[in-house]
Write a protein of this length. Structure first.
Length: 390
């Protein structure tokens, strides 16, 4: 029997390496050949180390140019026509839309993952309506469309972008509970450490975090406000480097740069914070939960699925530095024993709801159903097409 191929496409190689390694290894154990369609970045060589074939596919992941998007659609069509995978797995907006449209036109089974909606759905304007129409068209023939929180799930159903037969909930990308496990608490003598891990984008609440730190420092509280994540100067929503350095010079934020391994930073933190405007299922909060840390996050889609107010952390209002500062002060006022209870509750929630094996099992079911659903062309027809495209 010929080896089956799964093509997986995301808007960055680093995303595949950091968030999909568990799924890739499981697919390989099942005998699938895994091919990654993603732009080239510093993580691309790590795909080869995972045993993944990488086909570079340039894309303007944040741009809104119709011409560039049509060019991207053409790139996907040519690559998929040559590759002829058995299943196409799409993640992030442009692979989900243009990769899916190309795959559908070639009779390739498609499984999508709506991991977050980005700025197009944070506001409500013409771009939102255009993107809504594109999603509706791209997902029309998909075998399964996964969502990482109930609110995105309900919104896509209500807008007719997916059908009830297609839509399924997924516990994010899940978290490896062995790799991310509770570590020893930081030393008693050190100042209380808040930690925000994210790409340095304004809609992640970076500005609110800095302002909340400023408000708390004015009260003379002994706390440090750490920021870990990479600068994204090409992103129109990116926080400028000069702004970050200004906060550091002012003495309100400690910028830790970026890291391939966030575990040591989470281990040393007392509380992990994410004041995002909207999320799918934030990986940083999943990892912090698994490591038994109390959390602070905004009361928005994605975050409130992970943070239960006053159980494993605190929720605050989005885009509101004052509300965030008050939640952080509430955390500072807790006894060490109460914070330890919150961390234990966070770990328990990760174990019961967000184990990576749950997400992988759902993907196994979806792939098996897609290959047997008839959305894929017959083997004979595919082989003749493969011969013509060689």
């Amino acid at each position: 029997m010929a080896q089956k191929t799964v093509a997986l496409s995301i808007n960055a190689s680093w995303n595949i390496v950091n968030f999909r390694t568990g799924l890739i290894k499981d697919l390989q154990r099942q005998g699938y050949r895994v091919v990654a369609l993603a732009p080239v970045d510093s993580y691309s060589p790590k795909l080869q180390a995972l045993g993944v074939d990488h086909i570079p596919i340039p894309m303007d992941s944040k741009g809104v140019s119709p011409i560039r998007d049509l060019i991207l659609l053409g790139r996907y069509w040519r690559v998929l026509r040559r590759l002829r995978p058995d299943v196409f797995l799409g993640y992030t907006a442009k692979p989900n839309i243009y990769g899916s449209l190309a795959a559908h036109s070639l009779g390739i089974a498609v499984i999508n993952n709506v991991s977050g909606l980005g700025t197009a759905f944070i506001r409500d304007d013409l771009l939102t309506r255009i993107v809504t129409g594109l999603y509706r068209l791209a997902f029309r023939r998909s075998a399964t469309v996964f969502f990482q929180n109930e609110e995105d799930f309900d919104m896509f159903l209500a807008a007719g972008m997916v059908t009830p037969a297609q839509a399924r909930l997924l516990p994010g990308s899940g978290v490896d509970l062995e790799r991310f496990s509770p570590a020893a608490a930081p030393g008693e003598a050190s100042a209380f450490r808040f930690l925000l891990i994210a790409r340095l984008l304004w809609f992640k609440g970076i500005g609110e975090y800095a302002e909340a730190a400023r408000l708390i420092r004015r009260q003379g509280r002994d706390a440090r406000f750490q920021l870990l994540g990479f600068l994204d100067p090409d992103n129109p929503n990116g926080v400028p480097k000069d702004q970050v350095l200004g906060w550091v010079k002012e003495g309100i934020v400690d910028y830790l740069g970026e890291s391939d391994d966030v575990r040591p930073f989470i281990a040393e933190a007392d509380c992990v914070v994410l004041p995002s405007y909207r999320e799918g299922m934030p990986r940083t909060l999943l990892e912090a939960s698994a490591m038994g840390k109390p959390l602070i996050a905004t009361d928005v889609a994605g975050c409130r699925q992970l943070v239960e107010h006053d159980l494993n952390g605190f929720l605050c209002a989005p885009r509101d530095a004052g509300s965030l500062a008050e939640a952080m002060l509430d955390m500072l006022r807790l006894s060490p024993a109460r914070r330890e209870e919150m961390g234990q509750a966070a770990r328990a929630k990760a174990e019961s709801q967000f184990d990576e094996r749950i997400a992988i099992g759902l993907y196994q079911e979806a792939i098996a159903a897609a290959l047997g659903s008839g959305t894929r062309r017959s083997a004979d027809f595919s082989e003749s097409d493969r011969a013509r495209s060689a």
